[in-house]
Design a protein around this ligand. Structure first.
Ligand SMILES: Nc1ncnc2c1ncn2[C@@H]1O[C@H](COP(=O)(O)OP(=O)(O)OP(=O)(O)O)[C@@H](O)[C@H]1O
Ligand SMILES: [Mg+2]
Length: 195
């Protein structure tokens, strides 16, 4: 299975989510962007222009140029394109541009695109607001897998585990992280075609 994770906007959780998915789904991780991940995960590497590999892989895409047909090819061959976003005004604008690039410029099937908004606080747009705004602008319907802000994100790299692995480790962790586990579990189930 090939999963590409991308949003034109920085700091939206691309790397954290990609890393977590790679560990929880037991896949390789390839990014065109430097991060802590290759130093802690043996299945990870950085390539300026990532290559499409035959094994299961999560691709974490930082900024890239459409002049790289190899990258567009990875999006086209992806089973899923996951777009993390921050659920506010600027996050929405960048996400609309990201969707436009994916659907119009790369000809990606909208059904393959899963939006993962991070709901930061009461000021965040609700998932319903986001869906409506995106529908109005694009004329298309996208599936949303909202996740709340969670302190589990600060544990991913130090524990060298994914969200599901950390949250299901003990009965206590299952309880403490029940909210994020449920939300993230829906995304995992969708990816694995159980949802
Ligand atoms: N749901 C969340 N709850 C709490 N913290 C989060 C959540 N999602 C992401 N973060 C944190 O936000 C920060 C930015 O995330 P990350 O580095 O993954 O973003 P990015 O999109 O890869 O950024 P860049 O564009 O710089 O590569 C990280 O510290 C990450 O742990
Ligand atoms: Mg990153």
């Amino acid at each position: 299975m090939i999963i590409s994770v991308w949003n034109k906007k920085g700091g939206v959780g691309k790397t954290a989510l990609s890393y977590s998915l790679a560990l929880d789904l037991d896949t390789y991780y390839i990014s065109n962007d430097e991060s802590i991940v290759p130093s802690i995960y043996t299945g990870a590497k950085v390539e300026k222009i990532p290559t499409l590999i035959k094994e299961d892989c999560v691709y974490d895409f930082g900024g890239f140029s459409f002049s790289d047909p190899k990258i567009v090819d990875i999006f086209k061959k992806s089973d899923w394109v996951i777009v993390p976003l921050i659920a506010n005004e600027n996050g929405l604008i960048k996400t609309l541009l990201t969707i436009e690039d994916l659907v119009k410029n790369m000809d990606i099937d909208p059904k393959k695109i899963l939006l993962v908004p991070t709901m930061q606080n009461d000021l965040s747009y609700s998932p319903e607001d986001l869906s409506r705004a995106i529908r109005e602008k694009t004329g298309l319907e996208f599936e949303l897998y909202p996740i709340s802000e969670s302190r589990i994100f600060s544990k991913l790299y130090e524990e060298e585990k994914g969200i599901k692995q950390i949250a299901t480790a003990t009965p206590l962790s299952r309880y403490s992280y029940r909210k994020i586990l449920e939300a993230y579990g829906k995304l995992i189930n969708k990816i694995q075609n159980k949802g």
